[in-house]
Design a protein around this ligand. Structure first.
Ligand SMILES: *[C@@H]1O[C@H](CO)[C@@H](O)[C@H](O)[C@H]1NC(C)=O
Ligand SMILES: *[C@@H]1O[C@H](CO)[C@@H](O)[C@H](O)[C@H]1NC(C)=O
Ligand SMILES: *[C@@H]1O[C@H](CO)[C@@H](O)[C@H](O)[C@H]1NC(C)=O
Ligand SMILES: *[C@@H]1O[C@H](CO)[C@@H](O)[C@H](O)[C@H]1NC(C)=O
Ligand SMILES: *[C@@H]1O[C@H](CO)[C@@H](O)[C@H](O)[C@H]1NC(C)=O
Ligand SMILES: [Fe+2]
Length: 484
């Protein structure tokens, strides 16, 4: 049923074929609304004294350690940590041999208040000039309380480099969040594309808002200290809370989570771009001005011109509010951004757009809705092979629970949707092929549930056109299609 020329990876294709057979038998249609239901754990935050939030021992020991890419091309990282007793040193010792630190970098320290909470001392340190594809060890903190970690730099920018990204959204700090994080860490992915809504600390009041940012920092350290998390801001980062005297948007988030925005000539840490291995990743802010003439709009227009598919074939966009979602929750909240940016994404042949916000999973077909104007009434999404695939991965597991109600019937543009907790992985193989999986937590076992081969929108057009044609014939014959 799924004919491939080449067929160098039989086991993977076998899995896909199995998947298609299973889902075809079950639904008899190309569009799938999964009926899987799980015995849900209560969507409550893990108590603060749980070991998931363990405070490292020792006077002023660094905690909440996390790293992110520190430049445009992956030769730098920003290392962030918090000390609570005194500012202490902002220095990072690092090197390529364990326990032997030949280099050091000096960072800076900041602190802030939020309502009646006073933060610890938040250190940010840029470590740059790193060798590609190299394991670095690093050490932070003073004396007996110092701590050591490591990370692997990405291969240098190259169109055929393989690299695996994980995609996590709306994580929070519940037992489901922990399950997602643990499953993600077993995936072998090398960098997280985080699509917004980090701690859900804004569900708390006064002092506890800051306390829950701190617990979340300790919660994700197990992954984020060892590999970069590429941050996108969500609505839970806004924290406009005038009842507590807090009216400066993104205050906690901006103090705690640095981004390399200046490296992509952005004027604001909330929107920026990085290039990593064979991917160009654009991060947008759904909760900052983006209409025509605003800084974000102007920046994106310029950044799209800087994309070079000869160097980075894979063009990926991250945002929090999805532009296409058929879930009842947050219905059409992404419409305003869609109206402004969708035609750019289609013309730029963006490969994939990942979003969160809706606490469920959904993947679209390649569709667009860019013909509409205020007089022509031409307002329906249509199949468009230049268009991105839209994927919502808002199912990290936060305390608000799952968004279980989808619009019925499933719209034409929606390929697969399921309201379960999980994360995705995008395994870029080379300039033409990427293997994609959505992995449902499934109460403890990692189960790849939605698996697709993505062909690059720039490099695989001819290949794709041939396959689409063949697939179209099969679609008519069998009523199924899974190529994107
Ligand atoms: C930051 O820390 C210093 C030293 O403890 C303290 O004096 C100052 O008030 C703090 N600033 C804020 C904004 O919390
Ligand atoms: C912060 O303020 C709230 C509300 O007034 C109060 O209940 C709480 O005890 C205060 N906490 C601290 C640490 O000051
Ligand atoms: C602190 O360091 C980070 C990482 O290099 C940088 O992004 C930030 O601008 C610095 N902040 C200040 C106030 O210098
Ligand atoms: C709007 O749509 C109509 C009908 O298709 C077309 O004639 C007109 O040129 C369009 N206007 C703009 C500004 O695109
Ligand atoms: C790209 O990767 C795919 C999947 O592993 C493989 O089938 C294909 O031959 C590769 N293309 C090149 C040019 O190596
Ligand atoms: Fe959200």
């Amino acid at each position: 049923m799924l004919v491939t020329s080449g067929g160098q990876f039989p086991s993977f294709h076998f899995l896909i074929i199995l998947f298609i057979i299973v889902t075809t038998v079950r639904s008899g249609s190309a569009r799938i609304t999964s009926t899987f239901t799980r015995s849900e754990w209560p969507s409550t935050d893990i108590p603060l004294d749980n070991e998931a939030f363990a405070i490292p021992k020792g006077h002023n020991a660094p905690q909440q350690v996390h790293i992110t890419q520190g430049d445009y091309d992956g030769k730098a990282v920003i290392i962030t940590w918090v000390t609570t007793d005194e500012p202490g040193s902002s220095k990072v010792l690092y090197g390529t041999l364990e326990k032997k630190y030949d280099f050091s970098a000096e960072g800076n320290v900041t602190n802030y208040t939020f309502s009646n909470y006073s933060s610890g001392y938040i250190h940010h340190c840029l470590v740059h000039g790193l060798e590609p594809d190299t394991k670095y060890y690093y050490k932070i903190g003073d004396g007996g309380s110092s701590r050591e970690f490591w990370f692997q730099t990405p291969p240098k920018i190259d169109p055929d480099t393989s690299y695996t990204f994980g995609i996590i959204g709306d994580l929070g700090q519940t037992y489901n969040s922990l399950s997602t994080l643990e499953h993600y860490m077993q995936s072998g992915a090398q960098t997280v594309l985080f699509v917004g809504d980090l701690s859900y600390a804004d569900r708390y009041e006064f002092n506890d808002v800051g306390v829950r940012w701190d617990s979340w920092g300790r919660f994700v350290e197990r992954s984020a200290a060892y590999q970069p998390w590429i941050w996108t801001a969500g609505n839970h980062e806004v924290e406009y809370m005038p009842n507590m005297g807090e009216v400066l948007p993104f205050k906690s988030y901006l103090h705690r989570y640095a981004t390399p925005y200046m490296a992509s000539q952005s004027s604001n840490p909330l929107w920026y771009a990085v290039r990593r291995a064979s991917a160009h990743i654009i991060v947008l802010s759904s909760y900052s001005p983006f209409v025509k003439y605003t800084p974000q709009w102007k920046w994106l227009r310029e950044e799209l011109k800087r994309v070079d598919r000869e160097k980075t074939p894979w063009l990926i966009v991250l945002m929090h509010a999805p532009m296409y979602s058929s879930n009842v929750a947050h219905y059409m909240e992404g419409e305003s951004m869609r109206a402004v940016f969708e035609s750019w994404f289609v013309h730029a042949k963006v490969d994939l757009i990942f979003a969160g916000h809706v606490h469920a999973y959904e993947r679209s077909y390649r569709i667009s809705n860019i013909h509409y104007n205020i007089t022509n009434g031409d307002r329906y999404p249509i199949p468009d092979k230049s268009a991105p695939v839209y994927i919502t991965v808002g199912d990290g597991g936060n305390q608000e629970g799952l968004a279980g109600r989808f619009v019925d019937p499933q719209p034409e543009y929606s390929s697969f949707r399921e309201a379960s907790y999980g994360h995705s992985t995008l395994e870029i193989k080379n300039r033409t092929h990427a293997f994609y999986h959505w992995n449902r937590n499934d109460d403890g076992k990692k189960v790849p549930t939605d698996s697709v081969v993505f062909y690059n929108q720039y490099w695989a057009r001819n290949l794709q056109r041939r396959r689409l044609k063949r697939n179209h014939i099969r679609t008519i014959e069998r009523g199924t299609a899974t190529f994107c």
